[in-house]
Ligand binder design. Structure first.
Ligand code: 5GP
Ligand code: ZN
Length: 113
């Protein structure tokens, strides 16, 4: 999608610190980290919000979560991590391309603000 900042990162039109990539998923470092480990996991397919998901996208979201588990192991995050996705205005979604924040490296408070 032309005006989507995350699609531009996928297409290497703007730089990002990529830490993992496979056929369907890209992972890069959050530009304003809120935890010692703060990554953004995105499907390469442009889907604006959860409300835009189709049944055929179910496997894609599974792929993202499997990558989260793989990175959790690779990065030694056995103490735990948080995987969170903001949806629309009240959810605090700023970038309209579905993404998951993977945060770790400190105890994370619950509930979030
Ligand atoms: P949201 O609020 O939509 O869940 O989170 C979007 C996140 O993307 C924000 O935390 C923001 O800091 C991050 N972000 C926005 N633009 C860029 C960028 O160009 N590069 C990186 N690495 N992160 C970005
Ligand atoms: Zn996009």
């Amino acid at each position: 999608m032309q005006d989507c900042i995350f699609c531009k990162i996928i297409n290497k039109e703007i730089p990002a610190e990529v830490v993992y990539e496979n056929e369907t998923v890209l992972v890069f470092k959050e530009i304003h980290p809120a935890a010692p480990v703060h990554l953004l996991l995105i499907p390469k397919k442009h889907i604006p919000t959860f409300f835009d998901l189709q049944q055929e996208d179910a496997g894609l979201l599974g792929d993202v979560q499997l990558v989260a588990a793989e990175l959790g192991r690779k990065l030694g995050l056995e103490k735990g991590f948080r995987l969170i996705s903001n949806c629309n205005q009240d959810g605090g979604q700023l970038v309209m391309h579905i993404h998951y924040h993977l945060m770790a490296g400190r105890p994370l408070h619950w509930p979030p603000g």
